[in-house]
Ligand binder design. Structure first.
Ligand code: 13P
Length: 346
């Protein structure tokens, strides 16, 4: 393993002003996104949508350091026959690949899931490297049960350990293959829990994750963390301020993430576009931490463009304008230079 080469990639992924575009929706998930704009999800439509994003300038050149792809997309060509991987590389961004095969029910632990995909991963990583991937993503999913639920409360220690163990094994295999692992333990924000509970669970999960990474010989210098922010569940009646979200998130990260990690790229997880941008911006305005803090957003980078596009070729320019705007706003947030006025002006 060439740790310097891995570190060079990781540092490039979190370059100030840039972040990661998560365009790795599985065929099922992108089908749901397309349903929301009344568009049928076909092989060609998925290609058109993603090709449009990867051709958007100056967003790609100035604000996207890497793109996470799905297996179908890393093998797919643009309409003119250029590979989508080449489009990404030509814009100066790094192609990446989602390698987990999804979260399945965890036996013995009702209400919890385990992310699968370790079997055969060594060979798959070799192929993805040849196809151009220089980083990978694996997402573990942690669900917080309803605050009134005492019996069968989640997450359990067993559920957390199973998931962080898988993340550790995945990360070690990636580094062996010359690929930077994005380790993503996502604490979901859909529930009724308050921000203090999200804080507690996120802290447990990240502590468990970094223990596993250490025990499995993962070099932190060649790793990117993709966590949730510390927020209240969407159905909680008491929603924290942006200051509280930023302060709690920084506190949890400082308490658990070693300084050797070059960067932390957040998921948006269902926050709306502006919320995801302003929370990242607030953290970078506060500052005082050893890693770069940036974005690895899926929905928060794509949603406005998706609604502008509506599956129609004639909306191509409007969709690119929407993507350019979100990319620019998030680029500013990665430096703590965003403002509501600038966002509204776009
Ligand atoms: P969201 O930003 O839509 O949560 O997607 C990021 C991602 O890659 C989740 O795995």
């Amino acid at each position: 393993m060439d740790i310097q080469a891995l570190n060079d990639i990781a540092v490039k992924m979190v370059e100030p002003g840039k972040g990661i575009l998560a365009a790795d929706e599985s065929t099922g998930t992108i089908g749901k996104r397309f349903d929301s704009i009344g568009t049928e999800s076909t092989f060609e439509k998925r290609r058109d949508w993603r090709e449009m994003l990867f051709r958007t300038q100056p967003a790609m050149e100035n604000h996207i350091s890497g793109v996470i792809l799905f297996d179908e997309t890393i093998r797919q060509d643009a309409a003119d026959g250029t590979s989508l991987v080449k489009l990404i590389q030509d814009s100066g961004a790094i192609p990446g690949i989602k390698v987990d095969t999804g979260a399945k029910p965890l036996a013995g632990r009702p209400g919890e899931t385990i992310t699968e995909g370790l079997d055969g991963l060594r060979d798959r990583l070799k192929e993805y490297y040849e196809l151009g991937a220089r980083f990978a993503k694996w997402r573990a999913v942690i669900e917080i049960s309803h605050p009134d639920q005492y019996v069968g409360m989640t997450p359990t220690i067993g559920g957390i350990k199973a998931n962080t163990h898988a993340l550790g094994r995945y990360a070690a295999l990636c580094q062996e293959a010359g690929i930077v692992p994005i380790v993503e333990p996502e604490v979901l924000m859909g529930g009724h829990h308050n921000v203090a509970r999200c804080h507690e669970v996120t802290e447990n999960v990240l502590n468990s994750l970094f223990t596993e990474l250490y025990e499995q010989g993962v070099k932190l210098e060649g790793t990117i963390l993709k966590p949730n922010m510390v927020v209240a569940g969407k159905k909680c009646t008491l929603q924290p301020s942006r200051e509280e979200i930023a302060e709690r998130t920084i506190k949890v990260l400082k308490d658990t993430v070693p300084a050797a990690v070059p960067g932390i790229a957040f998921l948006s997880g269902g926050q709306d576009n502006e919320e995801a941008t302003r929370n990242l911006d607030m953290m970078n305005k506060i500052g005082g931490f050893p890693w770069k803090l940036t974005y690895s957003y899926g929905r928060a980078l794509q949603q406005s463009a998706l609604f502008a596009w509506k599956g129609k070729a004639e909306n191509y320019d409007a969709a690119q304008a929407a993507f350019n705007h979100r990319a620019k706003m998030n680029g500013l947030a990665s430096k703590g230079e965003w403002s509501e006025g600038l966002d509204a002006a776009g």
